[in-house]
Design a protein. Structure first.
Length: 276
């Protein structure tokens, strides 16, 4: 098996935080422990595991409770918004009260695929924003082709939320500045490493203030296209590759790699109220 590409070695490697890892995905079923070990060797010392439905959120919470450097979100992805119900909300309440759960979500609007009717998406989004306010948790947000509806809904709750991150941001310049005006953090993935589709995002990254920048792999998805070596498993992204994304972001922002690692890790720990 090939080892993931890293450009650092020794004990003084930068320490990174990956705020978006789908570690409960079936693609990690057979080698999850090895994936975690590779991440730690690469300097990824803090990970937030994404919950997109109740079952997955519970799995993420249970996994996080077994590791000092793993934490979880709990929520319902807009693709599944049609299933939101009082019974499901009660299950989310139970999850959001757990110590290892550090954010509400993944929640939001996805008008690209429309797997759930748009009115259902909006209802589930608002209900989960209200839960985040109640439980004083930051929100882990998904928005795709829905900025014009997403922004005003978020704005109505923003003053009452302790924090927010727009996960896997790939939007327009206007959307970026709208979210920054709402005091959101911005999650940048390996999309920025795609020389074709990621070019517009690459041109925007320098506009994100230091204290609002977060990094994520969204593993096992969004494998960086420009890796100099094959990933450990063919076509699968994993958290050990976060430093490669970080180096690309550092170049685009004309900052040194260690500074980007330090500030994005500090931002993650502050937003998600974690001392780990």
């Amino acid at each position: 098996m090939n080892e993931p590409h890293t450009t650092h070695c020794g004990t003084d490697i930068p320490r990174w935080a990956d705020i978006g890892v789908n570690l409960t995905d079936k693609q990690f079923r057979d080698d999850r422990d090895e994936v975690l070990e590779r991440a730690r060797r690469a300097g990824v010392t803090w990970q937030l595991l994404t919950g997109t439905n109740v079952d997955e959120s519970r799995q993420a919470m249970e996994l996080a409770s077994q590791h000092h450097d793993l934490f979880a979100t709990a929520g319902l992805h807009p693709h599944s918004a049609r299933f939101y119900s009082p019974a499901l909300e009660n299950e989310l309440r139970e999850l959001l009260s757990q110590d290892s759960v550090k954010a509400a979500g993944e929640m939001g609007l996805d008008f690209n695929r429309d797997f759930s009717p748009r009115p259902d998406q909006e209802r589930a989004f608002e209900a989960q924003l209200a839960l985040a306010v109640e439980y004083r948790l930051p929100v882990f947000l998904h928005e795709r082709d829905a900025h014009e509806r997403f922004a005003p809904i978020l704005k109505a709750y923003r003053d009452h939320l302790v924090g927010a991150v727009v996960h896997c941001f790939t939007g327009s310049r206007q959307a970026l500045f709208d979210y920054l005006d709402l005091d959101c953090h911005i999650g940048i993935t390996g999309w920025v490493c795609d020389e074709r589709r990621g070019k517009p995002l690459a041109e925007l990254v320098h506009n994100i203030p230091d204290n609002r920048l977060l990094l994520e792999t969204d593993a096992p998805y969004l494998l960086p296209r420009d890796l100099p070596e094959p990933p450990p498993k063919k076509r699968r992204n994993e958290p050990s590759l976060l430093p490669w994304i970080g180096e690309r972001v550092a170049t685009l922002r004309a900052q040194d790699v260690a500074s980007v690692a330090q500030m994005t890790s500090a931002n993650a720990r502050a937003l998600f109220q974690s001392d780990a």
